[in-house]
Structure formats: C-alpha cells, structure tokens
Design a binder for this molecule. Structure first.
Ligand code: NAD
Ligand code: DAU
Length: 332
C-alpha cells in the first residue's frame, strides 16, 4: 500500500488524518476536496509537496473520480456535508455529497477493483436515553434523526450493498464526536473556544444535558489506519474513546481552562430534534485490531486544542463573523 486517495482531506478530520499519515507512514496522499466553506487549503499547507497533492474537485464528478481512483491503492472517504444545524436549514447539499458523492466513489472503486474505507458517524444509530446504561455497538439498529445523519446512514447502506452485491472490498467505521485542531468554528468546541478568546460568553443549546462521546482526532486517525491495514472487508468498526460528557460539563471545563467563573455562559435556542446521548462501545476495534486511544484525557486534549486556536487565529478568524451571524439569525 503506497498511494492513498483521501476525499475531504482539507476538512477537519480528513486534514488531521493526512497530517497523521505524513508523520506515521510512508504513504503518498492525494486529497480530493471541493473546498466548500468547510475545506481549507491552509490546513495542508505545512505538509511536504512530495507526500501530499491537493486536487480541487467534487466527489460527485464521475469523470474526475474515475481519473483519480485507478492511481490509488486505497480510497479513504471523509468528504461530506457534516453539520447537523446546516442540514436542518438546507438539506439538499447533504443529499448531493453524502449520497450521490458516495455512490460515485463506490462505482469507481468497483470498476477499478480498489480497496475502499468509508468514514461514518455514530449518529446513524440515533440517540440513547440519558439514563440508558447501554452504548452503541456494531449490532445496534440504524435510526438516524437529522437530514445529516440520515444521509450518512444512507451512504453506509450503499457501501454495504456494494460489498454484498458487487464484492467491493469495503470497510466502514462509525466514530463519535471528534475534537482537535483545524475544526470549523461552527462546531460546538471551536465555537466556544473562539468565543472565549474574543471575550464572548459560550452558547449552550437548551439545558445542555445532551451527552456526546468525545475523541481526539489523532486517536480517530490511528484507528482508521489500523482498519485500512488490518480490517476485514465487509465489516463495520465503531470508534470511541470512552469520553462521555454533557455539553454543560464541556462548557464548564472550558471556562475553567480559561480561568473564568463557573456558569458564565448563555443558554440559547435548542436544536430541533436534538439527539440526547451518543456512547460508543469500541470493544471490537480494541480486541480485533489492537487499537486504543493514546491521548491522555479529554481535559489535556482540550487544553492543547485551546492552545492551537490561540496560536492559529489567522486560520479561524475568516470563518468567525459569518458563522456567528448565521447563528444569531437562528437564535443560537
Ligand atoms: P468537515 O465539514 O470539517 O469537512 C468536510 C470536507 O469535505 C471539507 O474539506 C469539504 O470541502 C469536503 N467536501 C464537502 N463536499 C465535498 C464534495 N462534494 N466533494 C469533495 N469534497 C467535499 O467534516 P469533518 O467533521 O471533518 O467530517 C469528516 C467525515 O467524518 C464526515 O464523513 C463525517 O460524517 C465524519 N465524522 C465526523 C465526526 C465529527 O465529530 N466531526 C465524527 C464522526 C464521523
Ligand atoms: O457524533 C458524531 C457527529 O458529531 C458527527 O457525525 C458530526 O459530523 C459532527 O458535527 C458532530 O455532530 P454534533 O451535532 O454532535 O456536533 P456539534 O459540534 O454540532 O454539537 C455538539 C453538541 O453541542 C450538540 O449536542 C449540540 C451542542 N451545541 C452545539 C453548538 C454549535 C451547543 O450546545 N452549542 C453550540 O453552539
């Protein structure tokens, strides 16, 4: 395995994966990215030109995809419209990219006989009650709530069908909420960090009892590498680092890390259909492939993420005002 085609490699998790591969493998990586509002050339700018190429284009462009796929040994598919709140206001791009884009890639890997890894989310399983002792496993039934998560669930189903009907050598991973550098300021953690840097109070949706299961993007990247190296085609692997926290707890931790008083946040309009709790049981990945998270704790990872946003204002500043203007329009 020498050449990877990484879709969405200029986005948050994709760019972290490309950085991780440059550091930990000898792969050459071609990134295919549409550079939507969520994709940033700058996220890859520090990487060596002989290891990483960026092709600006759409995964739903069959001619382009059929040109790039034959040159790769493995296709790792991160590209997506990824934000739940956006999907509630304009679902169409989610269908185009997450469904038609995935279909276009699957047809190309089928035609050219390439190994394919599909990046998905725990949100395909819907949500758990706050007091449910259970967690999601690979056997949990799909039950997505939002236009975003339903298009991700649809794309997972396409991958399963292309494996069973056409023998495409595909694996799927469903990961929980990521945090780390290069995440767009529309998302929960970077929105609050950049608010706090600007002296603005963090914004909590509703009462903030909703629970997310946080994992550092580097731990996600290490898991994806294990799966593309040792995963069994046709299998799904759940990725999670036992990082359950309520949104309110996350905001309180951020306030503490900024040396601000507890409770110094605003409650804003809740997200319609807001999933209550996600929680991942990653036993299969840990026992079958020997993966385990290496980031010490959520709190140390969060402190390092704060440092990254403080040191990289030129990266996030251009996104900030427009993102906040949209949230204000929505009462959030
Ligand atoms: P992101 O929005 O930060 O990045 C998405 C990237 O895809 C951007 O660079 C964008 O330009 C690109 N893109 C969008 N449409 C495209 C198209 N039609 N053709 C080519 N490129 C296109 O998203 P992210 O948070 O990095 O998520 C990446 C993947 O990981 C997604 O598939 C998402 O569902 C999945 N995921 C995300 C999380 C999370 O916590 N963020 C957790 C689990 C799984
Ligand atoms: O679980 C994996 C998913 O995690 C991925 O599939 C998605 O691509 C990714 O965006 C993320 O989805 P969430 O909806 O959980 O992430 P988000 O960062 O938008 O919000 C996290 C939680 O914080 C959620 O309960 C909503 C809440 N929230 C969000 C924002 C932006 C707030 O309380 N205040 C905010 O300002």
């Amino acid at each position: 395995m020498q050449n990877l085609l990484v879709t969405g490699g200029a986005g948050f998790i994709g760019s972290n994966f490309v950085h991780y591969c440059v550091e930990h493998t000898g792969f050459h990586i071609t990134v295919l990215d549409k550079l939507t509002y969520a994709g940033h050339r700058e996220s890859l700018a520090s990487l060596p030109a002989d290891r990483v190429d960026l092709v600006h284009g759409d995964i739903a462009d069959a001619a382009l995809v059929n040109d790039l796929v034959p040159r790769a040994d493995v296709v790792v598919h991160y590209a997506a419209e990824s934000h739940n709140d956006n999907s509630l206001h304009d679902p169409r791009p989610f269908l185009d990219t997450n469904i038609v884009g995935t279909y276009t890639l699957l047809e190309a890997v089928r035609r050219h006989g390439k190994r394919y890894h599909h990046i998905s989310t725990d949100e395909v399983y819907g949500d758990l009650d706050l007091d449910d002792p259970g967690r999601f496993t690979e056997e949990t039934a799909y039950n997505p709530s939002s236009p975003y998560s339903s298009t991700k669930a649809g794309s997972d189903m396409l991958v399963r069908a292309w494996f069973r009907s056409f023998g495409v050598q595909a694996t799927i991973s469903n990961c929980s909420n990521n945090y780390g550098p290069f995440q767009h300021v529309e998302k929960f953690i970077p929105r609050q960090i950049t608010n706090l840097i600007d002296g603005v109070r963090p914004k909590l949706y509703g009462a903030g009892a909703n629970v997310r299961d946080w994992i550092h993007a580097d731990d996600h990247s290490a898991a994806v590498l294990k799966i593309i190296e040792k995963g069994r085609p046709g299998e799904t692997y759940l990725i999670g680092a036992d990082g359950e926290r309520s949104n309110q707890q996350v905001i309180e931790t951020l306030l503490e890390l900024f040396s601000l008083p507890a409770g110094a946040y605003d409650q804003v309009t809740d997200r319609p259909g807001h999933d209550l709790r996600y929680a991942i049981d990653s036993t299969k990945l840990r026992t079958e492939l020997g993966w385990r998270p290496v980031v010490d704790s959520f709190e140390t990872g969060l402190a390092a993420t704060i440092d990254w946003y403080k040191a990289n204002e030129t990266w996030w500043r251009p996104q900030k005002a427009g993102t906040e203007a949209r949230y204000v329009e929505q009462g959030q």
